[in-house]
Design a protein around this ligand. Structure first.
Ligand SMILES: Cc1ncc(C[n+]2csc(CCOP(=O)(O)OP(=O)(O)O)c2C)c(N)n1
Ligand code: SF4
Length: 266
């Protein structure tokens, strides 16, 4: 019978991944960031890239990712994470930089950076957490805030005549030639969390295979600013976000599809 060591046992039992520090999350109860951090850490462990991974953190509730990830990381200015990750990858191609960005960070102040990183086909990975609001600063409208949705800066609900329509990042970026893998997932149910992990893993494998830009958008609850109880926030996400932000893979180039097949046959 095959022997396993303690670390492998911890992994099997679903305990803390090696890529996570033993540090309590500061997030509000029911926040999706904790789930996404955990999935990223599990993927880094499984791909055995802990010594090469670098998290380029953005500004937002996920800003202190360095407290939780047990591998290298750095802060970028608001919205500029794709430019920082580009520099790391170009100077040190053996490293595995990824950006972890909220929707305010990526789709508002950082729109130019992500669009140009995608159009250049940078060989980096972006984890884009869309909670349809500016979480950290108190719930103002983000570009992703749904039509009619309450926010502190749209107290009567977002009106397109005044504030435009919610931006669909995956649909937009998948049209750019430099993107290799673009997918939208969610973390509102056990099944969706499992799928989210598969997508995150494929995004990192895309980078490891040198295939170009990979981006996974994760629909994620912000119960505090949605003003919904934590458990109800999961239903709120399903009832309100999925219609405007359909889940699925928006771009899978052939070489990535080949990687995907290897996984499903494994
Ligand atoms: C140049 C600059 N402008 C504005 C801010 C204020 N600010 C900090 S975080 C943030 C929005 C964060 O929202 P999001 O990216 O959606 O992340 P979340 O907190 O929801 O995870 C803003 C506007 C800032 N820190 N720097
Ligand atoms: S404000 Fe929202 S995004 Fe920020 S920690 Fe709380 S629930 Fe999470």
């Amino acid at each position: 019978m095959a022997q396993i060591n303690n670390k492998e046992l911890e992994t099997l039992l679903g305990l803390r991944p090696e890529s996570m520090e033993e540090h309590p999350f500061h997030f509000c109860p029911g926040c999706g960031h904790g789930l996404v951090f955990r999935l990223v850490a599990e993927v880094i462990d499984e791909l055995k890239i802990k010594e090469r991974a670098i998290c380029v953190a953005s500004i937002g509730c996920s800003v202190n990712s360095y407290e939780y990830f047990n591998f290298d990381g750095l802060e970028s200015a608001h919205g500029r994470a794709p430019a920082v990750a580009t520099a790391i990858k170009r100077c040190h191609p053996h490293l595995v930089p990824f950006t972890y960005q909220g929707d305010g960070d990526l789709a508002a102040i950082g729109t130019a950076e992500i669009v140009h990183a995608c159009t250049r086909g940078e060989n980096i990975t972006t984890i884009f957490v869309n909670n349809a609001i500016y979480g950290m600063t108190g719930g103002q409208m983000a570009p992703t805030t749904l039509t009619g949705m309450y926010s502190t800066s749209t107290p009567a609900g977002r009106k397109p005549s005044l504030a435009g329509y919610p931006i669909r990042v995956c649909e937009m970026l998948s049209t750019l030639e430099g993107t290799a893998y673009v997918a939208r997932v969610a973390v509102h149910s056990p099944a969706s969390v499992r799928k989210a992990k598969q997508a995150i893993k494929l995004a990192f494998r895309t980078q490891l295979a040198g295939l170009g830009m990979s981006l996974v958008e994760v629909l994620s609850p912000c119960p505090t600013n949605w003003r919904v109880e934590p458990i109800k926030a999961m239903d709120w996400l399903a009832e309100n976000m999925l219609a405007h932000y359909p889940l699925g893979e928006y771009k899978v180039i052939e070489a990535v599809a080949a990687l995907q097949k290897e996984v499903s046959h494994a």
